[in-house]
Design a protein around this ligand. Structure first.
Ligand code: HEM
Ligand code: HEM
Length: 224
């Protein structure tokens, strides 16, 4: 259970230790692959978008798309074998849990989670799935397989991913304000508010390095 609480805002049913300065501080939550992977996803997605329409930028578009795809592939594996808060089993909850989280934000006791909140988790899943569809359909279009069909799919999945990015950013801003916590800073430092015993042990620097080697290898191989 990764629900912790906010000062004076103890989530109903929470069994976690009170999340106040005395009982908890800033603890390590995001490992290196999660943090490096995130900013690679955000950067490569932005570059792919900015270069999507121009023929002369096609190589940059394709390379950034491959980079995005390589990170998504790594993230899918890391979601199974990574540290606690990176695991899908830890943060993917039922739609009902997501709804409960969202409605709690309107009340006096907003639920606070140490890892991803149950609503944000659905945006994360959608971004990974739509991103993967965009990369595969982009590759098929680029290699002139399937004609119009994959071209349409590529544009549709990419547009849908952009819409989810918008929702993702609204969610990040809302969560940061309501919980008075800098979630963007946490994606850099890896640190979030939580009880000491909820911290992950070790930031997995070696896996961060592995991710970098992996993405360079994939992009170099596919662009050769
Ligand atoms: C500048 C733009 C962006 C900012 C400021 C941002 C910020 C964040 C933050 C703060 C989190 C952690 C949320 C939490 O605390 O639960 C997060 C998670 C995530 N974001 Fe973004 N994001 C941005 C763009 C994107 C883009 C473009 C994508 C993909 C298309 C993306 C995909 C994800 C994913 C997959 C996660 C989950 C991280 C993981 O567990 O691996 N983000 N983002
Ligand atoms: C993050 C991943 C990606 C995003 C967000 C993305 C986004 C887009 C978008 C929005 C378009 C439509 C541009 C227009 O209005 O004409 C487009 C076109 C295209 N993309 Fe991607 N793309 C991604 C990855 C890829 C990859 C990996 C490849 C190839 C390996 C690729 C190949 C193409 C090609 C060939 C076109 C032109 C299709 C046409 O002739 O209309 N894309 N992309």
């Amino acid at each position: 259970m990764n629900i912790s609480t906010h000062p004076e805002r103890v989530a109903a049913g929470s069994t976690a230790a009170p999340d106040n300065a005395a009982a908890s501080g800033r603890i390590l939550v995001w490992d290196w692959p999660t943090r490096i992977g995130h900013w690679l996803l955000a950067g490569s997605f932005a570059i792919a978008w900015l270069t999507a329409e121009s023929e002369s930028w096609r190589n940059v578009h394709v390379a950034s798309g491959y980079l995005f795809g390589a990170v998504v592939a790594f993230r899918l594996v890391w979601g199974l074998v990574g540290t606690r808060y990176a695991r899908f089993s830890e943060f993917v909850k039922s739609p009902r849990a997501a709804w409960r989280y969202l409605t709690s934000l309107l009340g006096p006791r907003p639920q606070h989670t140490v890892g991803h909140n149950p609503a944000g988790a659905w945006a994360i899943v959608a971004l990974l799935v739509l991103g993967a569809i965009s990369v595969v359909s982009g590759w098929l279009t680029f290699n002139e397989v399937g004609g119009e069909l994959f071209e349409e799919l590529h544009e549709g999945a990419s547009n849908a991913a952009l819409a989810v990015v918008g929702i993702h950013l609204i969610g990040v801003a809302t969560g940061s304000l309501i919980h008075r916590e800098n979630l963007i800073g946490s994606m850099f430092s890896g640190l979030k508010r939580g009880a000491a015993n909820a911290a992950i042990v070790g930031a997995r620097g070696w896996a961060g390095l592995l991710l970098l080697v992996w993405v360079v290898a994939v992009v170099t191989f596919l662009m050769r």
